[in-house]
Every structure is written in structure tokens, then in C-alpha cells.
Design a protein around this ligand. Structure first.
Ligand code: FES
Ligand code: FES
Length: 151
């Protein structure tokens, strides 16, 4: 089957019901999306398909229709504003959840360019962080929203 990831088309031999997360990590060696819970509860595996944040552990690779964006494909010649804000706010602690957090935040800002605290908390609620970086995540999303708005 064919799978476009980060702008590159791949041909892979995989069972259609294989979780996308397995295909990304184990076949294509794209390690940004992480295995956390494997059952759709933690968000560590979050990638973007057609602008929507999805749980790659809960998505069969055979069901993927649009191009997949992972953290590896986010930066152009410069970091994406969300990544830049993450650095400036020093969000990451152990880092394990952070690729999923960033992809979820990117998708949030695409649909809501100027979210309030409550909207951020609601949108990010299913992305768990054992290190408790939630206040910094919120601050970084506000900062990224301002950067994207050119403020
Ligand atoms: S690994 Fe997919 S939601 Fe936890
Ligand atoms: S930074 Fe450690 S789990 Fe989130």
C-alpha cells in the first residue's frame, strides 16, 4: 500500500489493520510518534492527517486516506512557531509525550487560532504528561498563537 508521510510517498507491505503507529515506527522508522498506552488514552502517538489530530495507535494503516504529518515533518527551513514557542517556554521535561502534545497543539491552532485557557485545556485534555508540563504547554500555545498571528 501507499502512504504519504511528511510529503514523501512510501510503498509498504503491511496488513491493512496494522495500527498506523506501528507502520510509522517499525516499518518507516519514523520515531517521533510514541507508543504510550496503545489504546487511545494518552495522545503520545498523535499525528495530523488532513489537518486533524488523530491517535495513530487507533487508526488502521489501511484506513489512512490523506497525507500524514508527524513531528519530523513540521519544521521547514525554520522551526514551526509551535516548536519555537515550546523551546522558548522550555516545555519539555522527559520529552516522551511532547511530540504528541505539539502535534495536537498545531491542529488546535489550525482550527482555533486564538484559543483561551479553557479551550486550550479542553483541546489538550486527552494528551497526558506524566511530568506535569501542562502550565508550560498552555503558555507555549498562547505564545505560538501570537507568533502565528504576527503579534
Ligand atoms: S499510544 Fe496512542 S493514545 Fe496512547
Ligand atoms: S514531558 Fe515527560 S511525560 Fe510529558
Amino acid at each position: 500500500m501507499k502512504l504519504t508521510v511528511n510529503g514523501r510517498e512510501h510503498s509498504l507491505e503491511a496488513e491493512a489493520e496494522m495500527p498506523l503507529l506501528w507502520a510509522l515506527r517499525d516499518i518507516l522508522d519514523i520515531k517521533g510518534p510514541k507508543f504510550g498506552c496503545g489504546v487511545g488514552l494518552c495522545g503520545a502517538c498523535t499525528v495530523i492527517i488532513d489537518g486533524e489530530a488523530i491517535r495513530s495507535c487507533q487508526t488502521a494503516v489501511g484506513d489512512v486516506e490523506g497525507p500524514v504529518l508527524t513531528i519530523e515533518g513540521l519544521a521547514g527551513s525554520e522551526l514551526h512557531p509551535v516548536q519555537q514557542a515550546w523551546l522558548e517556554e522550555q516545555v519539555a521535561q522527559c520529552g516522551y509525550c511532547q511530540a504528541g502534545q505539539i502535534m495536537n497543539a498545531v491542529a488546535l491552532l489550525q482550527t482555533n487560532p486564538s484559543p483561551g485557557d479553557d479551550e486550550i485545556d479542553a483541546a489538550m485534555a486527552d494528551n497526558l504528561c506524566r511530568c506535569g508540563t501542562y502550565p508550560r504547554i498552555r503558555a507555549a500555545i498562547h505564545k505560538a498563537a501570537a507568533k502565528l498571528a504576527g503579534v
